[in-house]
Design a protein around this ligand. Structure first.
Ligand code: NDP
Length: 332
């Protein structure tokens, strides 16, 4: 079997050379452990931060060891009374075709309740990030204007839909005309703006004639600068991500328009999903309910083949994905 290891700590945009494909024997589970076969891997922007040796809310990946991330897998051998052969499980496991997992590292998911991949996206950590960041920090009220950047990605597309459920006027910012069409026509966003347009500022102002009450920021940089010029009094800014700077080699000094926040008495608050771990049950129950009522749609971009995992990961920084980016490794 093959594992993917971190070969180097990249500077700037990572490349194929930063990943090593390493052949290993299929591991043997000990007592209270299971052997699982990987079905789907989640690739996520935050993993870029773990490739650096820097202090953060989560430890860096170790050099020359397997990269670890959200995984859906199937139990092939169980030495645990809690899991049986054939169970579909989710956990934070190695980028590997087979892994050994302890009882604490995985939990069973029910394949009959929703497609299994939704647990890595809209019904998983992605959906919860959108839910808590938007509702706890953004607190959108009926009729308010909510702008979300990275809008056609996994978190962003959930944010916009939840804001619509709460009765907001929703404006998405994304990087292609196809994504803009998707946001307006499929997800029911009120407006959407392509940030690669030469007239971002003007188009955004036109899309938000009543200013911006909530700005859910996934990207930072110039997109955020453009939104800041439109903030209304007492605006709220959940700071979720800053993907535009994840590969920056120098220091990115954004946000550069803090004075806009002073003038409008706006509140910006960073968060990580872990802040809300005690409320996951409540958040999940609400997401599942909206999902079953057809109020939450989702899209996935699935790259097939374990060997394409680095390519799928790097594609996040090029905007190759619509919705959640996944890698399909094997069929159940
Ligand atoms: P996405 O599905 O949104 O994928 C990343 C998207 O970012 C791409 O599709 C691309 O879309 C956009 N993008 C890439 N480079 C740039 C750039 N330079 N400027 C603007 N947009 C860019 O990923 P996720 O939904 O998983 O994550 C979205 C954000 O949320 C990330 O910043 C991530 O780090 C953060 N996050 C934070 C969490 C937390 O707990 N705080 C938890 C999960 C995610 P486009 O075509 O529009 O450019």
């Amino acid at each position: 079997q093959t594992e993917i290891h971190l070969a180097n700590r990249p500077s700037g945009m990572p490349s194929d050379n930063d990943f090593d494909f390493v052949k290993r024997a299929i591991p043997t589970p000990n007592d209270k452990e299971v052997l699982v076969r990987t079905l789907y891997l989640s690739v996520d922007p935050y993993m870029r931060g773990r490739m650096q040796d820097a202090k953060s809310y989560i430890a860096p990946f170790k050099l020359h060891e397997a990269i670890v991330g959200g995984t859906i897998a199937q139990v092939v051998q169980s030495n645990s009374s809690q899991f049986k052969k054939g169970d579909i499980v989710i956990g934070n496991l190695k980028w590997a075709e087979y892994s050994v997992a302890s009882e604490k590292e995985i939990r069973v998911i029910d394949p009959s309740a929703a497609p299994i991949t939704t647990h890595l996206g809209i019904l998983g950590l992605t959906g919860l990030t959108a839910y808590f960041g938007l509702l706890d920090i953004g607190k959108p009220q009926k009729g308010e204007v909510v702008v979300v950047s990275g809008a056609a990605g996994a978190v962003g597309s959930a944010v916009g839909q939840i804001a619509k459920i709460k009765g907001a006027y929703v404006v998405g910012i994304a990087g292609s005309d196809e994504k803009i069409r998707y946001l307006k026509e499929e997800l029911g966003f009120d407006e959407a703006v392509n940030y690669k347009s030469a007239h971002l500022q003007e188009e955004l102002a036109k899309a938000c004639p009543n200013g911006v009450d909530v700005y859910f920021d996934n990207v930072g940089g110039e997109v955020t600068d453009a939104v800041f010029t439109l903030l209304n009094r007492n605006a709220r800014i959940p700071l979720c991500g800053a993907i535009s700077s994840y590969n920056a080699e120098g220091k990115d000094l954004g946000p550069r328009l803090q004075s806009a926040m002073i003038k409008t008495s706006s509140l910006m608050k960073g968060f990580t999903l872990g802040d809300y771990s005690s409320q996951f049950k409540e958040g999940s129950a609400q997401l599942i309910q909206w999902f079953q009522e057809g109020k939450l749609k989702y899209e996935e971009t699935i790259v097939e083949g374990f060997e394409k995992t680095p390519e799928a990961f790097l594609g996040l920084f090029k905007g190759n994905n619509l919705g959640k980016q996944l890698v399909k490794v094997a069929d159940p």
